[in-house]
Design a binder for this molecule. Structure first.
Ligand SMILES: [Zn+2]
Ligand SMILES: [Zn+2]
Ligand SMILES: [Zn+2]
Ligand SMILES: [Zn+2]
Ligand SMILES: [Zn+2]
Ligand SMILES: [Zn+2]
Ligand SMILES: [Zn+2]
Length: 460
């Protein structure tokens, strides 16, 4: 992984362009067109070259390289020529011939470029000639546009530069707000988590916050679920029923199936139908709702179960996210304790175990919190219903929860030790905490690794 800053963007792009230009002896705009077509994947481009040859490589990307000596050069000033766009007879030095061989007057070219740049099409401005698909030489565009509209020439360059990120499969802008200006390039796996030099950790694939071990799909579903009011609505449907007369939600209190609304209407809790008040424990006078009641009850049971299940996972998820936030705030105080300790007259000098421990704590805390939505979907029915039998599901769930709980216990312990006021302790006691933190860091590393192994080998 590599962070590309505003300053290094140009150099990074140049490097790729240069490689392709040298290898295929191409001009810059042809190399760029090729690279944009292959989404700046130089290796892929080379593979196509080896496999299919130069002609096919160019044809696929729509590059037509016509060798032409006087490309982009004006004619001798003495002669005149006709511009086929504005139909004027003009001196040769006010006209420009593109690599495809088409020649038009500079005013017509400039007009054409301005329109294309404003349309956001800097990446592939084609020749004006009818049915000519050739991409115009960037140097010509730059120089002609620059003469009349220097600001637009700059925009053109910026667009070309940004194409390196926007058309590149392996490079993406950092999603920070306000934008830090950086982009991230990954090496070979586009499904990974990265950290920008601005400190933001994000999922390279979906650009949301880093969410492993959840897949992007799980994470998307989970955030939507948490956002939706639907669960609350669900709660209300489970615990209340609308009055058949005034439609206000009415809660059931007690075991009796006859409930009454504040408006005075009595109704049957099981089917929601209006009834009289005359009833016994098992039946309401003049009212029967038989089979319908069973379905209704099943549905209610089911909604209730789903809701409790979600709440179980959400509570854990939230507890860890909250701890994470608290610990991030604590970071300042803990680092403060380090500097106090370093000032002290003592034989202890090295406090890197504190920063290392904190780093482990933050990392494992994140993994833990995301492991709950992961489990919610992994062992739920929404995504993997038909992937395994109920028995398999149960075995896998136990396996995973074992890992999760071990990790959880050790993360809490680590958090506890790091919060100790070690700056006020004797050297011996600090040494003891140091040992604990170092040991726990190792255990947590192993447990995190084991949890991912469990996910990869046993669950998926
Ligand atoms: Zn013209
Ligand atoms: Zn042309
Ligand atoms: Zn950033
Ligand atoms: Zn993602
Ligand atoms: Zn009512
Ligand atoms: Zn009653
Ligand atoms: Zn009923």
């Amino acid at each position: 992984m590599q962070v590309i800053t505003k300053e290094s963007l140009l150099a990074a792009q140049r490097e790729d362009l240069r490689r392709v230009m040298d290898m295929l002896s191409l001009r810059e705009h042809h190399a760029r067109t090729l690279l944009i077509h292959y989404r700046w994947d130089v290796e892929k481009l080379l593979a196509v070259l080896v496999e299919k040859g130069k002609a096919d490589l160019f044809a696929e990307a729509g590059v037509s390289v016509v060798e032409c000596e006087d490309t982009g050069s004006p004619l001798l000033s003495s002669s005149t020529a006709m511009c086929d766009i504005c139909m004027e007879e003009l001196p040769g030095d006010t006209m420009t011939k593109m690599a495809c061989g088409h020649r038009f007057c500079n005013d017509c070219w400039t007009e054409h470029f301005v329109v294309k740049i404003n349309e956001g099409q800097s990446r592939r401005i084609r020749c004006m000639a009818h049915k000519c698909n050739a991409i115009c030489d960037e140097a010509v565009v730059r120089s002609l546009v620059g003469k009349k509209h220097p600001d637009l020439a700059e925009k053109f360059d910026r667009f070309l530069l940004e194409s390196y990120i926007e058309d590149n499969r392996m490079v993406k802008w950092c999603p920070s707000t306000p934008h830090c200006g950086n982009a991230i390039r990954v090496e070979d796996d586009e499904f990974c988590e990265v950290e920008c030099s601005c400190g933001l950790q994000f999922c390279f694939s979906c650009l949301s916050e880093a969410h492993s071990p959840c897949s992007c799909m799980m994470w998307e579903l989970w955030t939507k679920k948490c956002r939706d009011e639907s669960e609350t609505v669900n709660w209300i449907t489970v615990h209340t029923k609308p009055c058949p007369k005034c439609h206000k939600p009415v809660e059931k209190n007690g075991g009796c199936n006859l409930v009454s609304c504040i408006c005075g209407q009595a109704f049957c809790w099981l089917c929601g139908g209006a009834t009289g008040r005359d009833h016994t424990w098992s039946r309401i006078a003049g009212h029967s709702c038989g089979r319908y009641k069973e379905d209704r009850e099943k549905k209610t049971e089911r909604a209730k179960r789903d809701l409790y299940r979600y709440m179980h996972y959400h509570n854990r998820y939230k507890a860890h996210t909250d701890s994470f936030k608290l610990e991030s705030k604590l970071k300042e105080t803990i680092l403060e304790k380090v500097s106090i300790s370093e000032e002290r007259e003592s034989r202890l000098r090295d406090f890197s175990w504190v920063t290392n421990g904190l780093y482990r704590l933050f990392r494992s805390r994140r993994v833990l919190s995301y492991s709950y939505p992961f489990a919610f979907y992994m062992f739920g029915e929404e995504l993997f219903k038909d992937e395994m039998t109920n028995d398999e599901r149960e075995i896998k769930q136990h396996l995973f929860e074992d890992q999760q709980q071990q990790l959880e216990a050790n993360v809490e312990k680590l958090s506890m030790f790091l919060e100790e006021p070690f700056d006020q302790y004797t050297d011996d006691k600090v040494m003891e905490i140091r040992m604990q933190v170092i040991n726990l860091s190792v255990i947590i590393d192993t447990l995190c690794k084991k949890m991912y192994e469990c996910i990869e080998n046993d669950l998926l």
